[in-house]
Design a protein around this ligand. Structure first.
Ligand code: UT7
Length: 321
């Protein structure tokens, strides 16, 4: 039987215009630029305008990805959106983006795996395309994390930002290209470490993000490293074969800790945390887009992606771009 893979036909990303610097945050919360940069690597993040919802950010990223692939919405028959900050409880943000794109065909739904959402969404779309039901998928990670932050909680409000990234996946008979494999995990017992204080069925509100930062930090370095090692072993790929490491942008110290653990050279680490902060499900495609734009990631390069977030969920993916 011929094996097929899903290649990345195009990619794009979008950041809202408003920049919120560490100095801006220091004006209303007891923190400092020095602390934030030393403990996280973050200097600034983007914040969606009041008129912008998650679907607006996702739509902008989708348009760029479609243009990059030389396709239009008619060529897509599946939309999977990874988000923790949907515009509405329902319909799915994917349905709203489908409408904005003028699509009247295909399927659209959301995936909720918090910061690991884009890795999960890639795997879901990959499975559906390989199953033969769909031809081309638009996979989006889009977030307005600013809407679920407690702006009086200095331990979390300095960390997150808004943005969106999008990939177009399509089947290819070249089994050495595209999404080569992935590793997905969840341990719900760690919910208390990273969660919101509310939800539709519990409090009828979205609540605010709360995190036990140091505990999540420790889990992140260990769990992400183990996931990547498992994936590389399964796919029989040596770490030296990786051209670019594109991690979830939660904290510069985490992504360097993971790179060091796997002996990935620092020059291969794509980091946008300084400018984007943690954009949850949008962070990996946003970082990927930046590295494509500045010429680092090129066609044919082998990229290792990873993320960890609420759940705890975590995972990694190997992509030959
Ligand atoms: O995307 C989801 C996954 N998320 C992550 O992976 C994030 C994981 N965690 C982290 O990145 C880090 O734990 C944080 C950046 C959240 C915190 O850094 P930390 O080095 O672990 O600091 P800490 O929480 O241990 O706090 C150290 C001190 C505390 O003061 P005391 O108790 O030592 O007096 C905090 O109250 O820093 C204080 N602190 C702050 N000070 C100034 C906490 N937040 C701030 C702040 N500004 N924003």
């Amino acid at each position: 039987m011929t094996q097929s893979n899903c290649r990345v036909a195009g990619q794009g990303a979008y950041l809202p215009e408003r920049v919120l610097t560490n100095a801006d945050i220091s004006a209303f919360v007891d923190t400092s630029d020095e602390w934030i940069r030393a403990r996280t690597g973050i200097s600034e993040r983007r914040i969606a305008d009041d008129s912008q919802n998650t679907s607006d950010l996702g739509y902008e990223a989708a348009k760029i990805a479609l243009a990059d692939a030389g396709l239009d919405a008619d060529d897509i028959d599946l939309i999977v959106v990874a988000t923790t900050t949907p515009d509405l409880v329902f319909p799915a943000t994917a349905a709203l983006i489908q409408d904005r794109l003028g699509m009247r065909h295909g399927a659209a739904f959301d995936v909720q795996a918090v910061c690991s959402g884009f890795i999960y969404a890639l795997a879901v779309a990959d499975g559906l395309l390989k199953g033969g039901v769909f031809n081309r998928a638009l996979v989006i990670g889009a977030e307005t994390m600013s809407r679920i932050l407690d702006w009086e909680d200095r331990s979390t409000c300095v960390l997150f930002g808004d943005g969106a990234g999008a990939w177009i996946l399509e089947k290819t008979d070249d089994n050495a290209a595209g999404l080569l494999g992935y590793d997905l995990r969840c341990e719900g017992r760690f919910t208390p470490l990273l969660k919101t204080t509310g939800g539709v069925s519990s409090t009828r509100t979205s609540g605010y993000l709360r995190m036990e930062g140091p505990a999540v930090f420790k889990h992140a370095v260990t769990k992400i490293s183990n996931s990547m090692a498992r994936l590389l072993e399964r796919e029989e790929i040596e770490i030296d074969e990786i051209d670019w490491f594109v991690p979830h942008q939660a904290n510069q110290r985490i992504l360097e800790g993971v790179a060091d653990k796997l002996k990935i050279s620092r020059e291969k680490v794509v980091s946008t945390v300084a400018r984007h902060g943690n954009t949850s499900a949008a962070s990996v495609p946003l970082a990927f887009h930046q590295a494509v734009l500045d010429g680092r990631i090129q066609r044919g390069h082998l990229c290792l992606l990873e993320a960890l977030g609420g759940g705890l969920t975590w995972g990694s993916a190997l992509v030959r771009f």
